[in-house]
Design a protein around this ligand. Structure first.
Ligand code: SF4
Ligand code: SF4
Length: 464
């Protein structure tokens, strides 16, 4: 039998740790969970539309984000936003390493909560390791309760995601009375299962083997990038690390014997959620959560030695050189980031409340009337994207002496989010020697409310 190419999973039982980075992670987690779970319930007063602050209304083909209304034709905003986020991620990674992975990634946040539940029910590392070995009703009950609570959190996660796509209070009632659409059950079910699997069962395997970002983020690193590092010079000394046995309890004694500050307690390894030993150097599995920094700081505090044996630092700093945070590479990310952000903000601030387009009726392209004039027909599509009704008048420009006929429609009234298509005929008494086609423009002039900009759409008038 050839050796398997796959490594068997080594179970990891991360130990609890207290410290400033752990507190920071709890803070980020509370904020992220607060936003994610409460946002669908936040109401937002709108006169003519849904009063849910954030609502992705697929049937109505519009997304509500507080006061911003996004339509499918605004898709370039999404493209700009994704580019901004990617550039921001690359720039921050270049400066501060994998802070996204350690503090903000959904996988990290949800895994943290699942581990908290596990610790709460089964106890800390040693208790969990014992329990994993044991059988019997108590172990089964505790493990069962853990999986039950995980599923509950996973279900809450899945259902909450679904609530972003419909009016949350109505959807919850419909969901639990069996009246919701199949898509709501399918989405909730899918997310429940994936959350349970990824955060409960797979955990660090996702970061190590499944996450593509983990594989390529190192190309953004350089010697100035902040990384969680073990200071090997300080920790090892000439004779390596050693436990604080007799004769090696004080820093002075250790210095005399060439032994470093690392007391080989293993706390930094035990708290690591991906199961690596930071003392082996920078490893691609490390998500830079800095829990090992908290662990070692706790140990150093206990020994009354200076903190920082494991710390955020750069390769340059470890080698005694200055760390440069701002350099051409950083500017290379920052310049397009600022530019696209400005363009996006400008685009959102200057979005037109009316969307109009014109297409010429092509069959026939033109008609010669009995009086000798030429008639072209146009379909003008108008969408009132504003959150108030509008009354519009259609005018023709660019073709002196031409006559515009919109049937019996003098003014166009559109409710918020209403779309309509108008047939417009243009008749033109063609002067001798006129070119084969001429430019023509339609202007949608807002009559009510006052102060709205005129919207102009251009087309061609075909003479022959
Ligand atoms: S080595 Fe330290 S920073 Fe890296 S994942 Fe483990 S605990 Fe987090
Ligand atoms: S926690 Fe600090 S002292 Fe303990 S093993 Fe890790 S690096 Fe060494």
């Amino acid at each position: 039998m050839p050796d398997s190419q796959y490594q068997a999973r080594i179970p990891i039982y991360p130990r609890a740790v207290k410290g400033r980075f752990r507190n920071l992670k709890w803070g980020v987690l509370a904020l992220a969970y607060g936003v994610y779970f409460l946002l669908p319930w936040l109401r937002w007063e709108r006169e003519h539309a849904a009063n849910q602050a954030v609502l992705f209304d697929i049937p109505g083909r519009r997304f509500y984000l507080f006061d911003l209304l996004v339509h499918p034709q605004d898709i370039f905003w999404l493209a700009a936003l994704l580019i901004i986020l990617a550039l921001l991620l690359f720039m921050v990674t270049g400066i501060a390493g994998r802070v996204f992975c350690g503090y903000f990634c959904f996988q990290t946040l949800w895994t943290d909560v699942f581990m908290l539940i596990e610790r709460w029910l089964q106890g800390d590392r040693a208790a969990r390791m014992r329990l994993a070995e044991q059988g019997g009703p108590r172990a089964t009950a505790l493990k069962g309760a853990t999986h039950g609570l995980w599923l509950l959190v996973a279900f809450a996660t899945g259902l909450t995601f679904t609530l972003y796509w419909a009016n949350a209070p109505d959807l919850v009632v419909a969901f639990f009375t069996g009246q919701a659409a199949f898509a709501a059950y399918a989405t909730t079910g899918f997310l429940t299962v994936t959350t349970y699997l990824l955060a409960g069962l797979l955990r660090e395997q996702v970061c190590t083997y499944m996450c593509p970002y983990a594989r390529f983020q190192s190309v953004m690193f350089d010697k100035d990038t902040l990384i969680v590092s073990y200071d090997a010079d300080r920790g090892e000394g000439a004779q390596g690390r050693s436990r604080p046995v007799r004769g090696l309890r004080t820093r002075d004694e250790r210095e005399v014997k060439g032994v470093g500050d690392c007391i080989d307690c293993g706390y930094c390894v035990q708290v690591c959620p991906v199961g690596i030993d930071i003392r082996d150097g920078l490893q691609y599995q490390c998500i830079h959560c800095a829990l090992c920094v908290d662990a070692c700081d706790t140990v150093m505090d206990g020994m009354k030695w200076p903190r920082g044996l494991v710390r955020y630092t750069s390769e340059n700093a470890l080698e005694g050189r200055r760390t440069r945070y701002f350099k051409p590479k950083t500017l290379g990310y920052a310049a397009p980031l600022v530019l696209i952000t400005v363009l996006l903000v400008w685009g959102i601030a200057h979005q037109t409340p009316l969307d109009a387009s014109v297409s010429q009726v092509r069959q026939p392209l033109f008609v010669q009337l009995s009086d000798g004039s030429i008639q072209n027909s146009y379909e003008i599509r108008v969408h009132n994207k504003a959150q108030h009704p509008v009354v519009l008048e259609l005018r023709l420009t660019g073709l002196d002496g031409a006559e515009l006929d919109t049937g019996r429609i003098d003014q166009l009234s559109l409710m918020p989010e209403q779309r309509t298509t108008l047939l417009a005929r243009v008749r033109y008494d063609v002067p001798a020697g006129a070119p084969r086609q001429q430019g023509v423009a339609f202007e949608l002039v807002p009559v009510e409310p006052e102060g709205m900009d005129v919207v102009r759409v251009e087309s061609q008038f075909i003479l022959r």
